[in-house]
Design a protein around this ligand. Structure first.
Ligand code: UDP
Length: 353
């Protein structure tokens, strides 16, 4: 069979690395055609992931990035549709919740090609998030809804999906963390002046709800600045340009570095004291590596992290952010929430129809 994988953004490269590795074990039966939409195009947001995680080079790169949601999604839709017609895949595989996910799913479903959605059923219940719109629409045109957790599966059942289409597979990001942590490496983005990294907080900020709201972004940075700890912030290009456009001065305890590759990110996550983030993937990686996480959002799709006690929602409340970083309520038990590292294999077995 032929599977067309449509990816375009950083977290999708991490997820696709896991499933592509599982596909390779079935290379006699399955041909994977990789389409990179170009949504993320900087070397440190794209190429480094293909190189470090040994993802096969994309068969097609659509070069579509940098525009608005509507423009990007529309242009992707047109090009992916043409590729599906030419390539005739048996299935189109999409990941997560970006414009690339939606474009791939919509193009395939209108051509009656089955769509498999990895990370189906996640919900923030906040439709102001572009990701929430992408997730809901993608799920509703998918044939194979690959839910990472029981919570995600239950969300789908509540929306009326049939049991036959929903599969709980575990989380491919858990597979990635378990597999790549052995290969973690010190980030070259940190200069030797800063090699004393005994007690630092790892922070990421990129969600539109934070970067596109100057007041929220200022409050978050104020909260981080009030802490008595060094903060390492690999800064997403969007957040960087917004901080500069808003004229925000970064507090002195924050060390801003360029975005790092996944292996460096896992190093930082493994060596930090704790994590503060608005990223979905980083919240889970913090848990998997045993680090408390202050989530810089008002809600999370990964609700089991909050129930476990390892994740606290701080929104953009400066006092709450600094308070939690200074003294995070202790937690002990860390049950397995995301599977045993075999989600990729599970997904490939399901798709070999
Ligand atoms: N990540 C990375 N380098 C960075 C920041 C994040 O490799 O500088 C990884 C992170 O470890 C996780 C993924 O990118 O695997 C998460 O992507 P992102 O936060 O962009 O998206 P989200 O998970 O929120 O959709």
């Amino acid at each position: 069979m032929k599977v067309m994988t449509v990816i375009g953004a950083r977290p999708q490269f991490v997820k696709a690395a896991v499933v592509s590795r599982a596909f390779k074990e079935h290379r006699k039966d399955v041909q994977e055609v990789i389409v990179h939409t170009g949504q993320h195009y900087d070397a440190n947001m794209s190429d480094v992931f293909f190189d470090d995680l040994k993802i096969p080079k994309p068969d097609f790169n659509l070069g579509i990035g940098g525009g608005s949601h509507g423009r990007n999604t529309g242009r992707m839709l047109e090009k992916i549709e043409a590729l599906i017609i030419n390539e005739s895949p048996d299935c189109v595989l999409v990941y997560g919740d970006t414009d690339s996910t939606l474009a791939g799913a919509l193009a395939a479903s209108k051509l009656h090609v089955p769509v498999a959605h990895v990370e189906a059923g996640l919900r923030s219940f906040n439709k102001r998030m572009p990701e929430e719109i992408n997730r809901i629409l993608t799920d509703h045109v998918s044939t194979f809804l690959l839910a990472p957790t029981n919570t995600a599966k239950d969300n789908l059942f509540k929306e009326g999906f049939k049991k036959d289409n929903v599969f709980t597979t575990g989380d491919v990001m858990c597979d990635a963390t378990l597999f790549y942590r052995e290969m973690a490496k010190f980030p070259k983005e940190i200069s030797s002046d800063h090699h004393d990294l005994s007690d630092f907080v790892l922070c990421t900020i990129h969600r539109a709800e934070n970067t596109d709201e100057p007041a929220r972004l200022k409050e978050i940075l104020k909260g981080l600045g009030r802490c008595n700890k060094k903060i390492i912030l690999p800064l997403h290009p969007r957040a960087r340009s917004k901080i500069s456009n808003y004229g925000i001065r970064l507090p002195d305890n924050i060390l801003v570095i360029d975005p790092v590759g996944y292996l460096e990110m896992v190093w930082l996550e493994s060596h930090c004291k704790m994590v503060a983030t608005d990223s979905g993937g980083v919240q889970k990686e913090a848990y998997l590596l045993g680090k408390p996480c202050v989530t810089l959002r008002d809600e999370t799709e990964w609700v089991e992290l909050v129930s476990s006690g390892w994740n606290r929602l701080a929104g953009s409340d400066a006092e709450l952010i600094s308070g939690l970083i200074e003294s995070f309520p202790a937690v002990a038990e860390r049950p397995s929430l995301y599977g045993d590292g075999n989600a990729g294999k599970e997904i490939v077995n399901l798709l070999k129809f």
